[in-house]
Design a protein around this ligand. Structure first.
Ligand code: ATP
Ligand code: MG
Length: 360
């Protein structure tokens, strides 16, 4: 069962090709797809999420794809002690979803911890994977290295939990970065082995579908320290920040000592990242922005990015502020999503019990 480097690269190629195929087909038959996406409430969403995932979710939703948004609260405790100010973060996430254009009438928003039947899928699913398979997952290894904690049972098995997230609602498409491909592979293995070992509930359809990765092609946004912008790292420009806070954060952003602004993503990572952000906001080629600034230096670049970003986020921030004031509304969205998620999960668990001859 050991994967050779060759097998890994051909699996990557297959995943990339399949993802491109689906992307090209999506708008023809959007109702063939159910997408599962989500975030861990480990902090507040930042501009990396805005450009990297939120706009894509809204695009899928508005295309007519059935979109489900999971706030993965149980996955907060995979790599840290305690849950932090989780409730505040959950409301903040929902406010950003709504402000970005996620429509709760079209996209279900729910929380892990509110759906027991989803979590119960962990039991049969854990029987379908080996310790060796869990231990060699490269993404888990990388996240463990980042976390400064010993490997917990939950950390080791979180890809299985993620399979439960995807399969409880029979999602067949998961927008992810390349680093998440091993998890989608594991999800496919679990669905297939469930069918082989435990059989079907009725008819000739397996209980669980084979989910595909929809690879995100967007630019990776770097934080003010020049490493990947990440909500647990303190290098972020959060969507909830004011225009002034955004200006202050950008003023502190690391650049380099070369006064002439050029777009060179390999050798001038930080400057190019700022140009990328401006390009995304202004819908312009970052190269041409660089040429326009020329000898104006980092100060002028930062001023331009600040203005472009604040303009891009102005309406989002207005909407966000309005919904944040109405906690009752945010609560009602979460409750409605949780209720629907429970219905779906119960239905799936009934099929699982039938397939496993455990319905009494
Ligand atoms: P955490 O610190 O909890 O790991 P994070 O900020 O690193 O949070 P993730 O949960 O790792 O965020 O990311 C969720 C998704 O958001 C990613 O798969 C990606 O699509 C998008 N995303 C996150 N950070 C960035 C970024 N810096 N640039 C572009 N996209 C991003
Ligand atoms: Mg992360």
């Amino acid at each position: 069962m050991t994967q050779t480097p060759h097998a890994e690269s051909s699996s990557l190629e297959r995943t990339v090709a399949r993802s491109q195929e689906i992307n090209a087909e999506l708008d023809k038959n959007p109702s063939d797809y159910r997408v599962l996406t989500g975030d861990r409430p480990t902090g507040h969403l930042h501009i990396g999420h805005y450009f990297g995932s939120l706009t894509n979710r809204v695009r899928l939703q508005n295309m007519g794809v059935d979109t489900i948004v999971l706030i993965a609260d149980y996955q907060v405790i995979t790599d840290r002690e305690g849950v932090g100010p989780i409730k505040e973060r959950v409301y903040s996430l929902v406010a950003d979803y709504l402000a970005a254009g996620i429509d709760p009438d079209k996209s279900m928003i729910f929380l892990h911890s509110a759906v027991p039947a989803l979590n119960q899928l962990m039991l049969p699913f854990l029987s379908l994977v080996t310790e060796a398979e869990l231990k060699r997952n490269p993404t888990v290894k990388a996240e463990l290295a980042d976390s400064q904690m010993p490997m917990s049972g939950l950390m080791l098995t979180y890809p299985v939990h993620q399979a439960a997230d995807i399969l409880f609602c029979k999602a067949n498409l998961v927008p992810v970065g390349k680093d998440q491909i091993p998890h989608i592979e594991m999800c496919r293995v679990i669905a297939r082995r469930f069918d082989e070992r435990y059989g079907r509930a009725h008819g000739d359809q397996p209980v669980f579908p084979q989910a595909d990765a929809l690879l995100t092609s967007g630019t990776l946004i770097l934080g003010t320290d020049g490493t990947k912008m990440s909500k647990s790292k303190g290098n972020v420009i959060e969507l909830r920040m004011t225009a002034d806070e955004t200006a202050k954060a950008l003023k502190k952003a690391v650049t380099d000592s070369d006064r002439t602004i050029t777009y060179d993503p390999v050798n001038r990572v930080e400057v190019s990242n700022l140009l990328d952000i401006a390009g995304l906001c202004l819908d312009r080629d970052p190269q041409s922005i660089a040429e326009e600034i020329g000898d104006g230096g980092a100060g002028q670049l930062k001023a331009l990015v600040t203005e472009a970003l604040n303009e891009q986020l102005r309406e989002h921030r207005d909407r966000r502020e309005t919904v944040m004031k109405d906690q009752g509304y945010l609560e009602s969205i979460i409750r409605a999503g949780n209720t629907r998620a429970n219905d779906i999960a119960e239905q799936t668990l009934t099929e699982v019990r039938t397939a496993m001859q455990m319905s009494y």
